[in-house]
Design a protein around this ligand. Structure first.
Ligand SMILES: NC(=O)c1ccc[n+]([C@@H]2O[C@H](COP(=O)([O-])OP(=O)(O)OC[C@H]3O[C@@H](n4cnc5c(N)ncnc54)[C@H](OP(=O)(O)O)[C@@H]3O)[C@@H](O)[C@H]2O)c1
Length: 284
């Protein structure tokens, strides 16, 4: 059995990012990655049982991020579960990397520094912001990684899959010209996280792609890259023109300042244009 100093516990290792992270960590660390059936982080006492292996580091990827999830599900996983993982990691003397999101920010004051105060404008953002606060209160040595849209040049992300499915059904689709994000490929993000596993970083840290893109530009790049049928039928529009429910706004510009992470990490935080160029070179 590997020494405890070489163990990493990945919570939510079966998700889109988690699978890439577990694969990359496996080269250097002994990785425990229970499925959500094996470990429900919101179940009292459940996390502590997995901390019994005394990992050096825990990575909390698990999240409820289905659009339209009820507030109770968001609270259960993103706040109560995150708090439980942070307390158990602290108790087990394991460092903690907690995956957070740019959606803890309001989209009106970009670019955002690493230590920008959370100011969420929708229920998902509020739950992740409360999760950050709970994690940092329970575990002083934790780092909350704020990232942006996660994608992969070799596998469609959930949002691109949804677009492809709607287009295949003949539905109309619209991409927003007034929302800006800093997408990062999961391979690059996983490589950055692998580096963070070996570093003692605390507080909040932006780790996202270095290229800020409108959702429209990013969406069209994905549709073209994956040669999605019907991509020419996708319209452009403004999210601001859509009606919104009270307390459920869409943040406009979530550009993250990634200069600190870029200095700290040797992994280049490629933007989408560079990552696609590299992927085309690799895939021939
Ligand atoms: N994807 C993005 O564009 C994006 C952007 C910004 C930030 N993030 C953050 O990055 C992290 C990873 O995102 P992702 O896209 O990889 O998420 P994902 O694909 O939805 O994966 C989430 C993982 O969490 C697990 N999980 C859910 N509820 C759980 C519970 N109660 N106990 C234990 N595990 C549970 C899921 O297991 P099951 O599949 O079995 O339910 C799944 O393995 C999240 O913290 C998310 O907030 C993602």
């Amino acid at each position: 059995m590997p020494d405890a100093s070489e163990r990493v516990l990945v919570v939510g290792g079966g998700g889109f990012l988690g699978r890439a992270l577990v694969a990359q960590l496996g080269g250097s660390w002994a990785v425990d990655a229970p499925s959500s059936a094996e470990l429900d982080i919101a179940e009292p006492g459940a996390v502590a049982r997995w901390m019994a292996v005394r990992p050096a580091v825990a990575v909390l990827n698990a999240a409820c991020r289905q659009p339209g999830s009820p507030a109770s599900d968001l609270e259960r996983v993103n706040v109560i579960g995150a708090d439980a993982v942070a307390r158990a990691a602290h108790e087990a003397n394991a460092r903690l990397i907690h995956m957070s999101t740019d959606v803890v920010l309001d989209g009106r004051h970009a670019p955002y520094a690493d230590d920008a105060a959370a100011c969420p404008v929708n229920s998902y953002g509020r739950s992740k912001a409360a999760g950050e606060a709970a994690v940092l209160a329970a575990h002083r040595a934790a780092v909350c990684v704020r990232t942006s849209l996660i994608w992969d040049p070799n596998e469609m992300d959930r949002s691109t899959v949804s677009f492809a499915e709607r287009l295949a059904r003949g539905e109309s689709c619209r991409l927003f010209t007034d929302e800006v994000r800093c997408p990062i490929s999961r391979v690059t993000l996983a490589a950055a996280l692998c580096e963070l596993v070996g570093l003692s970083v605390r507080g909040t840290l932006n780790v996202a792609g270095a290229e800020a893109l409108t959702r429209e530009a990013f969406g069209r790049m994905m549709l073209q890259h994956f040669a999605v049928d019907g991509a020419d039928r996708v319209e452009s529009g403004r999210a601001a023109d859509l009606p919104s429910r009270p307390g459920e706004a869409r943040p406009a510009d979530l550009t993250l300042d990634v200069s600190l992470a870029s200095r700290m990490l040797s992994t280049p935080l490629h933007g989408v244009t560079d990552e696609l160029r590299l992927a085309r070179r690799t895939n021939g």
